[in-house]
Design a protein around this ligand. Structure first.
Ligand code: FE2
Length: 265
C-alpha cells in the first residue's frame, strides 16, 4: 500500500516537472511574411498628393477650363497678351473639350480625377487611352502652367531656393540646364523640375502633353515648349522664349508646390 502511494507521488511529481519544463521553454512567435510588395514611402505617398491644386485634384465630371488667374496681358514682359489669350481660350479649351468627348460614355472614368487617370493609364480602355493621355495631360499641364506664372520672376525664394542650390550648385546652373532641356525637346513637349520617386529634384522633359506623374514624379514647375506657347512674338525662336520666361515665374507658387510634396511625403 505504501509502495503504491510512493509510486503515485513519483508519477505526479514527474507530471508536474514535465509541465514546468514545457512552460519554461522560450516562446516562438511565427512571423508570416506579407504577400504585399513593399512600396518605398515616396512611391506610396506620391499617389495621394493632388497635382493640379494644393488640396484638390482636377475633376473629369466634366472637365472645365479654369479661368486665367490674371489678365492675359499681365505677362507681357515675356509673353504677349494675344498669345496668352489664344493659348488659354482655344488650346487649353480644346484639351478640355476633347477629354470630355472621350469620356462621354465612360461614367466610371468620369468619377476618377484627371491625376488618377494619368497616374495609371492602364485603367483607361485601350481604344481611348491615347486620346485621354493627350487631353487629360494637356488639361493638367496647362492648369499648373497658369498658376506657376504671374509674378515678377527674379530669384527663387524659400525652401525651393535652398533645394535648387543644393542639387544644381546655383540658380544660374539650374536655369541653364532647364533651358537646355527645353531646347533639346524635339518637336512639342514640356520641360519640368520634378521631385522624382527617389525624392530628388530632377530636370526632365516630356513629349507631347505627357505629365511626369505618369512616371511617378511630382511636377514642381514646368514650361510649355509647344510653339503655340510663344509663336506670335518669338516665331521659331524657342531659346529666346525660354530665356525670357524666367521674368514671369511665380516663385511663391512654385515654393508652395515644393513644400506640398516634401511635407506630405
Ligand atoms: Fe500649351
Amino acid at each position: 500500500m505504501q509502495k503504491q502511494l510512493q509510486q503515485s507521488i513519483a508519477l505526479i511529481l514527474a507530471f508536474v516537472i514535465g509541465i514546468l519544463f514545457v512552460a519554461c521553454q522560450p516562446t516562438t512567435i511565427s512571423q508570416t511574411p506579407t504577400d504585399q510588395p513593399q512600396q518605398s514611402p515616396a512611391q506610396s505617398s506620391i499617389t495621394a498628393i493632388p497635382v493640379a491644386y494644393p488640396n484638390q485634384e482636377l475633376s473629369a465630371s466634366p472637365a472645365q477650363l479654369p479661368p486665367l488667374p490674371y489678365d492675359a496681358g499681365a505677362l507681357s514682359q515675356a509673353i504677349d497678351a494675344e498669345t496668352m489669350q489664344i493659348h488659354h481660350d482655344r488650346h487649353h479649351q480644346a484639351y478640355v473639350d476633347n477629354l470630355n468627348k472621350a469620356l462621354a460614355d465612360q461614367p466610371n472614368l468620369q468619377k476618377l480625377s484627371v491625376e488618377a487617370m494619368l497616374r495609371d493609364l492602364n485603367t483607361v480602355p485601350e481604344n481611348i487611352r491615347q486620346t485621354v493621355r493627350n487631353n487629360a495631360g494637356g488639361h493638367l499641364n496647362h492648369t499648373i502652367f497658369w498658376q506657376i506664372m504671374g509674378s515678377g520672376g527674379g530669384q527663387p525664394t524659400g525652401a525651393i531656393a535652398q533645394a535648387i542650390n543644393q542639387t544644381f550648385g546655383s540658380f544660374e546652373n539650374f536655369q541653364q540646364q532647364f533651358n537646355q532641356a527645353g531646347s533639346d525637346r524635339f518637336g512639342s513637349g514640356w520641360v519640368w523640375l520634378v521631385q522624382n520617386p527617389q525624392r530628388q529634384l530632377q530636370i526632365v522633359s516630356t513629349p507631347n502633353q505627357d505629365n511626369p506623374i505618369s512616371e511617378g514624379s511630382y511636377p514642381i514647375m514646368g514650361n510649355d515648349v509647344w510653339e503655340h506657347a510663344y509663336y506670335l512674338r518669338y516665331q521659331n525662336r524657342r531659346a529666346d522664349y525660354l530665356n525670357n520666361w524666367w521674368d514671369v515665374v511665380n516663385w511663391d507658387e512654385i515654393n508652395r508646390r515644393y513644400q506640398t510634396v516634401t511635407q506630405q511625403q
